[in-house]
Design a binder for this molecule. Structure first.
Ligand code: TEU
Ligand code: CA
Length: 559
């Protein structure tokens, strides 16, 4: 029997500070706002809070562009406020996980301001600089946020690499001084008492030994950079060095964001011998509904089929089981709302399908992540105007695909944005039915979802049948039943291609869980052989019709 770690039966609640709770009515969520809502998170039953970046930042990418790694963004409060948050959270038994963004910094970071002064500067090598090739960019690599991944700098006549926005220059992990500067920052926060790190695109830090052009798909001007830079040849070495310099000295939980990582990559990153990270966010199940035209990337409005989702989840459950640890998520601040994307946000089905998705995910093996608002079944924003969106990825993509390259018409792109924009996840938390959903008295930085009078925390807490109490029960079950943490996952045989129903079991030496979900709004009939002596552990309907499955019905038997 493998060693058990405390984070293996923990549940993480993700707070997007900008959108959670505004305490001083400037339209922006803040630390005091989070402090005032800690009781709510405790009531849900979560163990760890992951906070999106709260460091000082010019804010071109909502804090993922850090100008000072040792200070707090004034919009959010002060370092003293943060220390109070840490103390209050710990008092309630809640742990705090910080976002660590060290693939890149802001161009307004002191390191970069020094670095761009010229090749002689001691910080030059903190970033990635290259000479022009034939008067243009060193390679054809594209940025995640559209356009080239290289930006020309007049001062030295060289280009710097930015996999994300031009104001997010990539840090040079080949430089040991940079690496140790990062470990110093991590130790500084760990010494203050934080409990973990979520590491932004941490599998992109080891760049290739040789910088070469990528293949271009039809109509593309820049190559998709992910296959070129993800999971590089020194990645494991860097993570092990980080582990020795930071994690080995503190009791920290770590999760690495790892787009483009395979099961094999993740098996090593998240290996249970704890030499690198505790777990990773893999992207397979949230990339299935991307556009078949490579140049469009994620922009589409197709709903995935159950077959696609199940194949992916099953693969990760089976392959990581025993050797490495999964993280489980439908949602985060970059993804559309799960109930709109994988379920059904029609008021008729919203609550049922939100509970179905929760059931499916929370009985899998791994550590579940609940993104703010998911626990009350918040939906996509359904904004129709480009001007209602704030996210730079949305605006850059519109400009490239519609305005500049004319690959797509505006109306179609607006449908794709309505389905896939990151702002769907970022609308303010819906606390009650008062003005601005109780988030702020001031006009919020991003519009509130107009369904807030029906979908809000106040309503959910008053309704024993709400999505909130269902999540509360799921979290409690995870804490109480070891089989949810240690049980072996098995896809019910003969169920691999059922287009509508997902059935799996979890088994340990003394308990079996039998999980059945109807992924559709159809009324279905399915028969299973189950022992007479069994208990219905949880269900999103009041009664059990045995062989009948109603729209989005989910149930779990224990025997
Ligand atoms: O996201 C990394 C990432 O892979 C993005 O391409 C993400 O998939 C994209 O937003 C989806 O459209 C991380 C952060 O989570 C994101 O908020 C940041 O913008 C990004 O890194 C840069 O720091
Ligand atoms: Ca505020």
């Amino acid at each position: 029997q493998a060693k058990q770690y405390w984070w293996q039966n923990a549940v993480v609640y993700q707070v997007y500070p900008r959108s959670f709770q505004d305490s001083n009515n400037d339209g922006i969520g803040d630390i005091q706002g989070i402090i005032s809502r800690l009781d709510y998170i405790k009531k849900l039953g979560a163990d760890i809070i992951w906070l999106n970046p709260m460091y000082k930042s010019p804010n071109v990418d909502n804090g993922y562009d850090i100008s000072d790694y040792r200070s707090i963004q004034p919009d959010f409060g002060s370092l003293d406020d943060f220390k109070v948050l840490l103390k209050q959270a710990h008092k309630l038994g809640l742990k705090i996980m910080m976002d660590l963004v060290v693939n890149h910094s802001s161009d307004e970071n002191k390191w970069f301001e020094e670095s761009r002064k010229g090749p002689e500067n001691p910080y030059r090598d903190y970033y990635i600089w290259r000479d022009p090739v034939d008067g243009h960019e060193p390679t054809n690599w594209g940025s995640y946020f559209s356009g080239s991944a290289w930006k020309f700098d007049e001062t030295s006549g060289q280009y710097y690499l930015h996999l994300f926005a031009t104001k997010q220059p990539d840090l040079n992990w080949e430089n040991p001084k940079l690496r140790h500067s990062v470990y110093d920052i991590m130790n500084w926060w760990a010494d203050m008492g934080i409990d973990g790190f979520r590491m932004d695109v941490i599998n992109l830090i080891s760049k290739p030994a040789k910088y070469q052009d990528g293949k271009l798909a039809d109509g593309e001007r820049y190559a998709n950079v992910e296959p070129i830079v993800a999971n590089g040849h020194r990645e494991n070495e860097f993570l092990q060095e980080m582990h020795q310099n930071v994690m080995a000295k503190h009791d920290l939980v770590t999760v690495g964001e790892a787009p483009g990582s395979s099961v094999k990559d993740a098996e090593q990153y998240a290996n249970l011998n704890e030499t690198e990270l505790n777990m990773v966010f893999q992207f397979e199940h949230v990339s299935l509904d991307g556009n078949p035209k490579a140049a469009f990337g994620k922009w589409d409005d197709r709903h995935v089929t159950l077959n696609e989702v199940r194949n992916s989840l099953s693969k990760w459950q089976t392959n990581l089981g025993g050797n490495a640890w999964n993280s489980l998520y439908w949602n985060n601040h970059d993804q559309p709302r799960a109930v709109s994307r994988f379920g059904n946000d029609d008021p008729k089905y919203r609550v049922k399908s939100a509970k179905m998705l929760a059931t499916l995910l929370h009985f899998l093996q791994g550590t579940p992540y609940v993104y703010e608002g998911e626990e009350i079944g918040m939906t996509n924003a359904h904004f129709k105007q480009l001007a209602d969106y704030q996210d730079l990825e949305t605006h850059n993509s519109y400009k490239q695909l519609v305005t500049d390259d004319k690959l797509i018409d505006s109306a179609t792109m607006m449908k794709y944005i309505e389905f896939h924009s990151r702002d769907n996840a970022r609308t303010p938390m819906q606390w009650d039915d008062s003005k601005n959903a109780g988030f702020s008295d001031h006009q919020p930085w991003l519009k509130v979802n107009q369904n807030y009078p029906e979908v809000n925390v106040k309503q959910a807490l008053a309704d024993p049948d709400s999505v909130f109490y269902y999540y509360q029960k799921l979290i409690k079950l995870r804490h109480e039943l070891p089989v949810i943490t240690d049980g072996k996952y098995e896809l019910l045989s003969g169920n691999e291609s059922d287009p509508d129903v997902y059935v799996y079991t979890r088994k340990n030496a003394d308990t079996t869980l039998f999980v059945i979900v109807n992924f559709t709004k159809k009324q279905l009939t399915r028969q299973y052989e189950l022992p007479d002596e069994k208990k219905l552990l949880i269900s999103n309907y009041d009664d059990d019709l045995q062989d009948e499955l109603r729209p989005y019905e989910a149930k779990v038997y224990q025997f």
